[in-house]
Ligand binder design. Structure first.
Ligand code: C5P
Length: 220
């Protein structure tokens, strides 16, 4: 069978990662978390004292860190210059700064190139999750899914993951990050015209996984 390319986009807390990983594992495909790549380059900027408020400074060093993603859905990995950053990229410090870094066009060009290289070399195909995969990174994807959910549902899921962090504060942070990601000039968070929208508000994770697996199978 020819490799199948699946793009899964949507705002935070819609179940993109859990869904994408499970679908890839079920179908024997590779998996790429593009948010982890933007978090990794942000971690490198923060660690090296680059001024996050200064897009010119960010652009000047965007090509420096070497970011490598392991694409096994059973155990995805991410390194920066050989250092495992899977833990550090999930801190509040990185989360609050990633939208500013990922809005810089030079950063996006660099990361998009890595994403396309991984997608074209995945032998059996790949599930790529992010914000602009269907619109910009892989416009020719075999299937595009856009996941949504109410802000309340998204905040509840996220604060559950963060071991009961305050739901109101979590919702505010989520809404703020989505607004920044949706309003930036270069490839904002958006639903591709040919994407299938799935509202996950009332669905369990298992139901979302079944739905996407069925959509992929219909395309094969
Ligand atoms: O998916 P996750 O929440 O880990 O993404 C972190 C951030 O990375 C997003 O808020 C967004 O700023 C950026 N991102 C992006 N384009 C993508 C994936 C993530 O700009 N394709």
């Amino acid at each position: 069978a020819k490799p199948v390319i699946v793009a899964i986009d949507g705002p935070s807390g819609t179940g993109k990662s859990s869904t994408s990983k499970a679908v890839a594992a079920r179908l024997g495909l590779s998996y790429l978390d593009t948010g982890a790549q933007y978090r990794a380059i942000t971690w490198w900027m923060v660690t090296n004292g680059i001024d996050i408020e200064d897009p010119t400074a960010i652009a000047a060093v965007a090509g420096k860190p070497e970011i490598v993603s392991g694409t096994d859905p059973e155990g995805p990995t991410i390194t920066v210059d050989g250092t495992d950053v899977a833990g550090p990229i999930r801190t509040q410090e990185v989360t609050s700064q990633v939208s500013a870094v990922s809005a810089v066009p030079e950063v996006r060009a660099r990361i998009t190139e890595l994403q396309r290289a991984l997608a074209t070399t995945a032998e059996r195909g790949i599930v790529v999750e992010g914000r602009d995969i269907g619109t910009t990174v892989l416009p020719g994807a075999d299937l595009k899914v856009f996941l949504t959910a109410s802000p309340e549902a998204r905040a509840a899921r996220r604060s559950g993951e963060l071991n009961g962090a305050d739901v109101n504060a979590t919702r505010e942070a989520l809404v703020k990050r989505d607004a920044a990601d949706s309003s930036r000039k270069t490839s904002p968070l958006a639903k591709a015209a040919d994407a299938v929208e799935v509202d996950t508000t009332e669905l369990t994770l298992q139901q979302v996984i079944e739905c996407v697996v069925t959509l992929v199978e219909e395309k094969r």
